[in-house]
Design a protein around this ligand. Structure first.
Ligand code: NZQ
Ligand code: ZN
Length: 385
């Protein structure tokens, strides 16, 4: 196992009726800005619950943070914060609302000319950010318990990530009941996103860290068991709760301590979203099976373990078991209604492959746990998608 240094300062408040506990965790002297997305929280009652819990607080609102949050929109919130002297940010919504809020928290304290270039591209050290917390309404990103955020820039069709310990949420409220209102498509996106997060951290090469492996495979097993249940009975509390906790633990960095990580599927998927606007979960389901085939040899031990310990195959030859695992993953996605080919979205695979190859060439990109995926390899993977 490699050395590691782990800290997650986020308090997690999990369960039914937990939104009412908000006042315990936000000081009354704060000037609070509630940030939300396109209005789902107004339709499912979450907005009203927050307003009621924060009665008597100095509370402002900023709505309209879009899925795959846009830099241009985030900067409008930064203007409002500076104008009004906001001191605390409360994101209420999915991963996009929360990621946008993390960027806003950092940008509100940034002094330079171009926050996107400096924070997302040049990776400047973030010295300060406004304190933030969230009520997360979509199980997928794990953003509620990590220090990362993904923000897109409309003007340049870019979708990039940043990480900073300054943007860990102070607390995250997870009430699984708020997910009853999720559209089926978003429930499926979230399950696939979680599955791929775990794979990006598990499916590399063995460094003799069996506990991390078992935690990772445990999340995958739970997802495979719970996914069909949530589709047939979307208002079952226990199923929703189990899926949410899988999503949070899938990217709170617990399973990645001391082990190599991949993230190539995500990096290629982000480009598909940036160019073609497809959902994050959809992009991952398209890229991952082809990427695993391409990288099968170096990942064969972990794929074989996945085949045997999650999908129940008895195949003793690692490379053959690896093939079985990759097919089983794609079949699992298809079984819950997730499509896995670019043609399903009327996207031309050759065109996408060429566009992304050019972009990766310009950025001199090398992805994967061993840096084995360069622009040309990404092209070969995408051509087959
Ligand atoms: O905008 P509103 O009206 O709120 O509707 C949203 C949105 O349309 C809706 N929704 C959310 N919760 C709901 C709900 N509808 C009904 N009931 C609810 N309870 O769902 C739609 C999608 O929301 P979004 O926040 O975009 O989805 P998700 O949570 O999957 O976030 C995706 C974003 O997170 C990034 C992705 O790249 C993408 O930009 N990621 C962030 C990560 C992180 N911070 O660690 C890691 C991930 O790999 C990922 O890259
Ligand atoms: Zn993801």
């Amino acid at each position: 196992m490699y050395n590691f240094n782990f800290c997650c300062p986020t308090r997690v408040i999990f369960g039914k009726n937990t939104i009412a506990e908000l006042p315990k965790y936000i000081d009354r002297s704060e000037k609070v800005l509630m940030l939300y997305g396109g209005g789902s929280i107004k339709r499912n009652g979450v907005y009203d619950q927050v307003k009621k819990a924060l009665e008597g607080y100095n509370l402002l609102e900023f709505g309209g943070i879009e899925p795959n949050p846009k830099y241009e929109t985030c900067m409008q919130a930064v203007d409002l914060i500076k104008r009004e002297g906001v001191t605390f940010l409360l994101a209420v919504g999915g991963g996009s609302t929360l990621d946008g809020t993390k960027f806003i928290a950092a940008a509100a304290k940034y002094e330079g000319e171009n926050a996107y270039d400096d924070i997302m591209i040049n990776g400047i050290e973030i010295k300060d950010a406004l304190p933030l917390a969230d009520i997360i309404t979509l199980p997928a990103t794990g953003s509620e318990m990590n220090n990362g955020a993904v923000v897109s820039r409309l003007a340049t069709s870019e979708k990039l990530a940043f990480h900073s310990d300054k943007v860990f949420p102070k607390f995250s409220i997870i009430d699984p009941e708020v997910t009853y209102s999720l559209p089926l498509k978003q429930t499926i996106n979230g399950i696939v996103d979680t599955f791929v997060h775990v794979m990006e951290q598990y499916c590399t090469y063995d460094v003799n860290a069996p506990l991390q492996d078992d935690w990772a495979l445990g999340i995958l097993r739970t997802l495979i068991k719970e996914a069909p249940k949530v589709l047939s009975n979307p208002n079952d509390y226990d199923t929703r709760a189990n899926i949410f906790w899988c999503a949070t633990c899938g990217l709170n960095n617990w399973i990645s301590q001391g082990v190599p990580q991949d993230w190539a599927t995500h990096m290629i998927g982000h480009e598909l979203t940036a160019f073609y606007g497809i959902d994050h979960g959809q992009s991952l389901a398209i890229v991952q099976p082809r990427l695993l085939k391409n990288q099968k040899v170096t990942k064969s031990k972990k794929l074989a373990k996945l085949a045997r310990e999650v999908f129940g195959f008895n195949e003793v030859v690692d490379l053959k078991a690896a093939d079985l695992a990759i097919d089983a993953v794609e079949k699992f996605y298809n079984s819950i209604g997730m499509k896995t080919k670019l043609s399903d979205y009327e996207i031309d695979a050759n065109e996408a492959a060429e566009k992304i190859r050019e972009r990766f060439k310009a950025r001199n990109v090398r992805l994967g746990e061993k840096g084995a995926i360069d622009a040309e390899t990404a092209y070969n993977i995408l051509k087959d998608c």
